[in-house]
Design a binder for this molecule. Structure first.
Ligand SMILES: NC(=O)c1ccc[n+]([C@@H]2O[C@H](COP(=O)([O-])OP(=O)(O)OC[C@H]3O[C@@H](n4cnc5c(N)ncnc54)[C@H](OP(=O)(O)O)[C@@H]3O)[C@@H](O)[C@H]2O)c1
Length: 216
C-alpha cells in the first residue's frame, strides 16, 4: 500500500484524498487546526484515511501533497519530507497571500519557492490548474477521446514520472512542462490556467504563455 501524506485539507486536499482513495491509496491528511477538526472529513473518506498533524502526515508519507495557501508554505515541515517527492498544488493570489515581488516580476515560481524551502525533497507541480470539484468528476480512462490533461513540472525526472502515473490513475493525461523554472506557464492568469484542455490544447496553451516582467 502506498500512503500519501496530505498537508492541507481544504478544497484541493480533500478532493485529492477522495480521488486517490478511489484509486487505492491510503491517506494521512492534516490541516493547521489539528486532527480532531478533521473528524467529519475522515469519516466521509472512510477507512483508508486518517487525520494527523502536518509533521505526522509528512512522516507517514511515501509521497506528499502540499496544498495550503501559499502564504503558509514556510510552515510545511522540512525534515520529515527530506528525500520524498512532494506534489505542490499551490498558486499565488496576492489578494490572499500578500505581494511577493519575485512572483509579481516573473523572477521566481510558486513551486521554485517550495523547492527551496523543502531543500532535500523532490518537488513537482500538480493539480494547480484544475478546480477542486473537477478532480473527482473529470477523470476518464486512458485512451478516452479528448481526455483532460494536466501539467506537471519538476527538477527531478522521477517526481514528474510519479505525478504522470498518479494523474493517469485518477483519469488525466499529463503534459510535462519541464523544470520548475518553466512552471510559470501553468500559473495563475496564463492561458493554460484552470480551463479544461486535452493534451494537444494544453501543449498549445503552454506555448502561448507570457511571463510577467520585472519592473524598473
Ligand atoms: N480551490 C481550488 O479549486 C484550487 C485549485 C487549484 C489550486 N489551488 C491552490 O491550492 C492551494 C490550496 O487551495 P484550497 O482551495 O484547497 O485552500 P483551502 O480550501 O483554503 O484549504 C487550505 C488548507 O490548508 C490548511 N492549512 C493552512 N495553513 C496550514 C499550515 N500551516 N499547515 C497545515 N495546513 C495548513 C488549512 O487548514 P485550516 O483550515 O485548519 O487552517 C486548509 O485545510 C492554494 O494555493 C490554492 O491556490 C486551489
Amino acid at each position: 500500500m502506498t500512503t500519501i501524506g496530505i498537508i492541507g485539507a481544504g478544497h484541493i486536499g480533500s478532493q485529492v484524498a477522495r480521488a486517490a482513495i478511489t484509486a487505492g491509496y491510503d491517506i494521512v491528511i492534516s490541516n493547521s487546526r489539528g486532527p480532531e477538526t478533521l473528524a467529519d472529513l475522515v469519516a466521509d473518506l472512510g477507512p483508508k484515511a486518517r487525520a494527523a498533524t502536518p509533521t505526522e502526515a509528512a512522516e507517514a508519507a511515501d509521497f506528499a501533497v502540499v496544498t495550503v495557501p501559499l502564504k503558509a508554505y514556510e510552515a510545511v515541515p522540512v525534515e520529515p519530507l527530506a528525500g520524498k517527492i512532494v506534489i505542490d498544488t499551490n498558486n499565488y493570489y496576492f489578494e490572499r497571500d500578500g505581494h511577493i515581488a519575485a512572483l509579481d516580476n516573473g523572477l521566481d515560481t510558486v513551486s521554485g519557492m517550495l523547492q527551496r524551502h523543502l531543500v532535500d525533497s523532490k518537488v513537482a507541480k500538480g493539480f494547480n490548474h484544475i478546480k477542486s470539484d473537477d478532480i473527482t468528476t473529470d477523470g476518464t480512462p486512458a485512451g478516452t477521446e479528448n481526455r483532460r490533461a494536466l501539467a506537471t513540472a519538476s527538477d527531478f525526472e522521477e517526481a514528474a514520472e510519479l505525478v504522470t502515473n498518479l494523474y493517469d490513475e485518477l483519469g488525466f493525461d499529463t503534459v510535462n512542462v519541464g523544470p520548475l523554472a518553466e512552471s510559470w506557464r501553468v500559473e495563475r492568469d496564463q492561458p493554460a490556467y484552470v480551463v479544461r484542455q486535452n493534451k494537444h490544447e494544453l501543449i498549445e496553451n503552454l506555448t502561448k504563455g507570457v511571463r510577467a516582467t520585472a519592473t524598473a
